[in-house]
Write a protein that binds this ligand. Structure first.
Ligand code: NDP
Length: 326
C-alpha cells in the first residue's frame, strides 16, 4: 500500500515538500477483517487546522475515502461493495468492518460514488444540519453563505432555496459566480473583485440577512455580521481565511452587532448529529436524484497528486467538491 505522511508541520500555506509518499506493508487478513482499496479520496479544509492539533510529523495524513472491498473474511461485507472510511491518505487498508460505512443501499448506479465524500457525504450533512439546526432557517428569509461555490457552500445555497429562502453567495472567481447563478442562487458576487464588500452585501440584500452560514471567518465575517437583521442567526461553520495563519488575526469584534441586533451565533461540528446521519444522507440523496440539488466535482487524477489537490483546494482552485481519483 502507498500512503502520504506529514513530513513537516505546515507553516503558512502547505507545500508539496511538507508531504512524503511511503510504501507500507499490510499484514495478512485475519478472520473478521477486510482488505479495501481507495477509489476516491477527499481533500478538505479541516485537514489544515487538524494537522497541527492532532498529528505528529511522520503520521499518515488524516482523511476520508470511498473504497472498494477487494478481499473479505467478514460475512457482513461482500467483495466489490463500496464503503466510506476515514483511514487517511492511503491506497489500501484493512478494517474489521466497525470503522467503515457501506454506501446507502439505494445509491443509484448512475450516481458517482465520489458524491459520498461531498454532496451526499460529510460536506452535504454540514450544510443540512447547519441550516436546519443552527441557522434554523424559515421560508421567506434571506440567507448569506461564503465559500459558496465549494463543497459545503453550494449545498447550503441550494437547500436554502428548497426551504423557500432568498440566497446570496460569495465566491472567489467570476466562473464560480456564474456557476452559483446557474444552480439557483438569487444573488452572487466575486468577493475578490468587489470594491467594497460592505456595499456588495448591502446591494445584494438591502434589508440585511436573517441567516449567515459562515465558512470563511476573519474580515469577511466581521463585515457581514454588521448587516444581519434583528434576531439574525449566524452558523459558524468554518474559518478558512485563517487556517494558514501562523500568527492569529486580531478581531473580529462582534459584540456591538450581537447585542444591538440580538443575534445568535453558534459554532458547530457536523458530527454533533451523527445519530441523524442516515436521515441527512437520505434527504440529500433524494434531492440529488430528483435534480433539486446539483453538484460539481473538481477531480484530480492520481494518488500521487494528493498534496497538489489539497493545496489547490486551500487556494480556491476547486469548483464544488475537491476529490482525488486514485
Ligand atoms: P470548499 O470546497 O469550499 O473549498 C475551500 C474554499 O474556500 C476554496 O475553494 C476557496 O473558495 C475558499 N477560500 C480559501 N481561502 C479563502 C480565504 N482566505 N477567504 C475566503 N475564502 C477562501 O471547502 P468545504 O466546502 O469542504 O469547506 C468549507 C468550510 O466549511 C471550511 O471552512 C471548512 O473548514 C468548513 N467545514 C466545517 C465543518 C464543520 O463540521 N463545522 C464540516 C465541513 C467543512 P473561493 O474561491 O470562493 O475563495
Amino acid at each position: 500500500a502507498k500512503a502520504w505522511v506529514l513530513k513537516k508541520h505546515f507553516d503558512g500555506l502547505p507545500k508539496t515538500s511538507d508531504f512524503e509518499l511511503k510504501t507500507i506493508e499490510l499484514p495478512n487478513l485475519k478472520d473478521g477483517e477486510l482488505l479495501l482499496e481507495s477509489v476516491f479520496l477527499s481533500v478538505d479544509p479541516y485537514m489544515r487546522p487538524y494537522s497541527r492539533r492532532d498529528m505528529k510529523e511522520g503520521d499518515i495524513m488524516i482523511g476520508t475515502q470511498v473504497a472498494r472491498i477487494v478481499e473479505s473474511k467478514n460475512p457482513a461485507f461482500t467483495v466489490g461493495a463500496f464503503v466510506v472510511g476515514s483511514k487517511g491518505w492511503r491506497t489500501h487498508f484493512i478494517s474489521d468492518g466497525k470503522d467503515i460505512q457501506l454506501l446507502p443501499s439505494n445509491w443509484p448506479e448512475s450516481l458517482p460514488k465520489s458524491l459520498a465524500l461531498g454532496t451526499v457525504g460529510m460536506p452535504g450533512l454540514t450544510a443540512y444540519f447547519g441550516l436546519l439546526e443552527v441557522c434554523k432557517m424559515k421560508p421567506g428569509e434571506t440567507v448569506l453563505v461564503n465559500a459558496a461555490a465549494g463543497a459545503v457552500g453550494s449545498v447550503v445555497g441550494q437547500l436554502a432555496k428548497i426551504g423557500g429562502c432568498k440566497v446570496v453567495g460569495c465566491a472567489g472567481s467570476d466562473d464560480k459566480v456564474a456557476y452559483l447563478k446557474k444552480i439557483g442562487f438569487d444573488e452572487a458576487f466575486n468577493y475578490k473583485t468587489v470594491k467594497s464588500l460592505d456595499e456588495a452585501l448591502r446591494k445584494a440584500s438591502p434589508d440585511g440577512y436573517d441567516c449567515f452560514f459562515d465558512n470563511v471567518g476573519g474580515e469577511f465575517a466581521s463585515i457581514a455580521i454588521n448587516q444581519m437583521k434583528k434576531y439574525g442567526r449566524i452558523a459558524v461553520c468554518g474559518a478558512i481565511s485563517q487556517y494558514n495563519d501562523s500568527v492569529p488575526q486580531k478581531g473580529p469584534y462582534v459584540q456591538f452587532p450581537m447585542i444591538f441586533k440580538e443575534l445568535r451565533m453558534e459554532g458547530f461540528i457536523v458530527s454533533r448529529w451523527s445519530d441523524r446521519r442516515k436521515e441527512g444522507l437520505q434527504a440529500l440523496l433524494k434531492w440529488v436524484v430528483e435534480g433539486k440539488v446539483k453538484y460539481h466535482e473538481q477531480i484530480t487524477e492520481g494518488f500521487e497528486n494528493m498534496p497538489v489537490a489539497f493545496i489547490g483546494m486551500l487556494k480556491g482552485e476547486n469548483l464544488g467538491k475537491a476529490i482525488v481519483k486514485v
